[in-house]
Design a protein around this ligand. Sequence first.
Ligand code: ADP
Ligand code: MG
Length: 697
Amino acid sequence: MFLGSISAPINTFFKKAGASIPKLARLGIFTIADLLRHYPRDWEDRKTKVPIKDFEKSAVCTSVTVVAREFSGYGANRFMKVYVKDEEGHPDSHAVLMFFKINNRSWIEKQLVVDSKINIYGKFKYRANEIQSSAFDYELFSSSESFGKIMPIYPLTSKLAQKTLRRFVLNALQQFKDIENELPCEIIKKYDLLAKKDALRAIHYPLSFEELEKAKKTLIYEELFYLEVMIAKRALERKKIKTQLNDKEIKDNDFSALQKQLIQRLPFTLTKGQIDAVKEINNDMKSPLVPMARLLQGDVGSGKTLVSFLAALNALQEGQAVIMAPTELLARQHAENAVRILEPLGIKIAYLTGNIKAKGRKELLNNLASGEIDIAVGTHALFSKDVVYKNLKLAVIDEQHRFGVTQRALITSKGEKTNLLMMSATPIPRTLALTVFGDMDISVIKDKPEGRLPVITHLAKESNAKKVYDFTRDELKKGRQAYFVYPLIDADLAGDEDIKAAVSMAEKLSKEIFKGFNVALVHSKIPDDEKNQIMNDFRSGKINILAATSVVEVGVDVPNATCMIIEHADRFGLSALHQLRGRVGRGKDQSYCFLVYSDEYSEAAKARLLVMHKNNDGFVIAEEDLKLRGPGQITGTVQSGYMELGIADPVRDIEELTRAREDVFSIMENDPDLLLSCNRVIARVLQEAPYFRDFII
Ligand code: ADP
Ligand code: MG
């Protein structure tokens, strides 16, 4: 039996688990398999003896004898001191165990009588001439379970005791002893991995730290192996069908009638990158068998939105399209653009976010279900349970990296063979892209719309801020607009008085620095209606200056804005700075970005901002960002972002990942139906106990 097949609910095995069931559920543990896959976050060494005299070096772990007891306090506050000594015969071999509120735990008093022998584990401190501890574990010699072992420490939720979880896991390990290997035996041999049942036992209760390392190695490899199996399966299937299609069909490189109409009405011509991307998309969507799965990468300002509109027009020949954005601000902007550009072609657009009120929403949902609406633009609300489409042909995900783990299954379940187009300005390191988007096709827009001048970026010390303001004033007088971005909404709230924040600076910009110009404030706490109004007024030019937090980081598009002033620029990451800078340089006029930084800023940190001064290319900046931040930080993003695995981490374990990928692709290319005896196990796992229930992108 595979681990994943042990789908029996916890309570069928642990009759007395009753009260723990909801607590386990909160940890995502419902079945025995979930329980055994709840790996420890750390391990406690109760195997290596540490005598009391070494209490300053690490936790004490030793056998002791009770030599005396002392009671103080009254009633609920009565407490007991238990004096113990170990066998070292050292002056520092005596210690004191503190038991507070002993009245509630009278059994302890009965257990720990003078001369009783116990094992203790805990951190001790020198206090009042004694070596004391109030945070320790003890077990009577006669019934000691954990001493002499390496004990697991599990991630917990409130109220579930470490002990309880340990007992469940230990029991489960004892009951399910013959769990089968999921890796082909040759792979296990090749890397000298443990058998699955041994790895499982050893990850929870390792006999030694060497064995623990081996268990980790085994489970990490197995996880990455099956991740790659899923990717390889898809990739190879797509490849097969595609080659069949290409043999039969000659590529038709023309645009559809609707697409041509839109292109004719545009005040500009498409860039080569846009044309190529649309053609690739058109081709993908022609296939009746394989839905499109394409990632469109293009730097900020490269015109991805228009490509998504053209893709949507293609989808309308057969059904509907949705365009999803990560924030309401951006969704709204896309919806307004769609109305402006597409409605004149007779296309019905709807805007759907979580904020739409009940009545309007109901009508909207009806129109989506009946097919009355052609294109829906919105936030993730587009994929809420109650939203039904008549015939969803295309889902566009803008700023894909913002969505974190996007479940392809969820999106494509809204239609039959729904085509998927993901768009991102954030370049992903190649190795990671191979894993996460391993079965996707990638289009890259390398060029920018014609006539765009690269944004000129200046670094400015805070003491020179006045010069920046003067320069900006001249631009405003020419009729241009400006963004001022701050790291915080309100400095008071952060308890940091020296820092300029959006709220107070908006006031200052309006009343002092730029008197006579219209200044507005946007940040995440401003109600949506108000935010929309402000953005509309900024777009139409009624507002000259927008003071903001990084809410304007993503996607906002106002071509007449030519100045981006980022104060306390040192507090932003390079990628965020690049995104922010991408808000200007969107029209024909020369644009400027000022990175204002504190006078005390270190040279090393200034070097970071210089990267922005020297480079305009998002890919280069992202690479520099990776170098400067180091893998630790990236790991964080990856974990909260692209994928959630159990024990593996695709960035930390990049070597294993690469090996797993090579192994899997070589197996599946040579034996695509997994018929060879050593590979059959893979087919069985996929069928009987799929490793990833909701396979991620
Ligand atoms: P991003 O790729 O960052 O999402 P947008 O789609 O927001 O970029 O496009 C940026 C701006 O460029 C928009 O104002 C858009 O109308 C304009 N634009 C798009 N394509 C072209 C083009 N081929 N020529 C000129 N301007 C274009
Ligand atoms: Mg965009």
